[in-house]
Design a protein around this ligand. Structure first.
Ligand code: C5P
Length: 235
């Protein structure tokens, strides 16, 4: 079974504050995207990495990948992204060659996922699960609210799901290629992850343990945490 990783990296990352597209922000001097690509290429099972670049930044991203040392056994392709994460992933899937039968989808915004987590996801797909997501239990209690029409207004609580049954989902999410393609061809609703599209097909999705270092770099404080994790790894 040959495995490819698709990395949607076409988002602007406005929540991180002003500056370059999020994936191109540096962590300890190296762009977040390069960390994410290395995290996928670190798995011996991954033979191809497809990077989905900002539509006007594909050439820049190609130059960036060429400038950083990446393992010889892994191929790289850069394609331009779309207006939504979902569309960007679709363009990445369109670039997959024949012979790939397992696909990982990994957010560039999760640059520090450990290789053991990547391998655990691939392993579960190889063992027969059509869709696999790494996830962690929640520390916070989660409330469902009626979202305020105007930011800053109070929001009525609608429900409190039982925390022990909730999981915070990470990436890479792993899929049987045919299943993921079918999901992207069939589901048109707005979604925030790929597994939910597969769920809408009625296909079973399973969870494997995620990792705290697979957190998503979203807000300025996350950059501080990411650099601290990198510094600790170098010790
Ligand atoms: O916005 P969010 O943090 O959910 O984005 C998750 C991932 O999807 C990021 O890696 C981002 O670069 C990517 N993305 C994309 N194309 C878009 C929007 C987001 O590839 N149009």
């Amino acid at each position: 079974a040959r495995t490819a990783a698709v990395i949607p990296a076409a988002g602007r990352g406005v929540r991180l504050g002003p500056g370059a597209p999020k994936a191109l922000r540096a962590l300890n001097g190296t762009p977040m995207l390069i960390h994410a690509v290395r995290a996928m290429a670190a798995s011996r099972a991954v033979s191809l990495v497809v990077v989905v670049a900002p539509p006007d930044g594909a050439a820049e991203v190609k130059t960036l990948l060429d400038a950083h040392a990446l393992p010889d056994r892994t191929d790289f392709v850069v394609v331009p992204g779309g207006d939504s994460r979902q569309e960007s992933v679709k363009y990445g899937l369109d670039a997959l060659p024949p012979g790939i039968d397992i696909v990982l989808v990994h957010d560039a915004a999760r640059p520090l996922v450990p290789v053991d987590t990547v391998d655990a996801v691939i392993e579960a797909v190889r063992d027969g699960a059509p869709a696999v997501v790494p996830a962690l239990p929640l520390a916070d209690t989660v409330k469902e609210v009626e979202p305020a029409a105007v930011a800053g207004e109070v929001e009525p609580v609608v429900a409190t799901p039982e925390r022990a049954r909730l999981r915070a989902v990470q990436t890479p999410q792993g899929f049987d290629r045919e299943t993921l393609l079918r999901a992207h061809e069939t589901v048109t609703d707005d979604v925030t992850d790929d597994a939910s599209m597969v769920e809408q097909l009625g296909v079973r999705v399973v969870v494997v343990p995620g990792h705290e270092e697979a957190f998503k770099v979203t807000r300025p404080l996350d950059l501080v945490l990411a650099e601290a994790v990198l510094a600790r790894r170098r010790l």
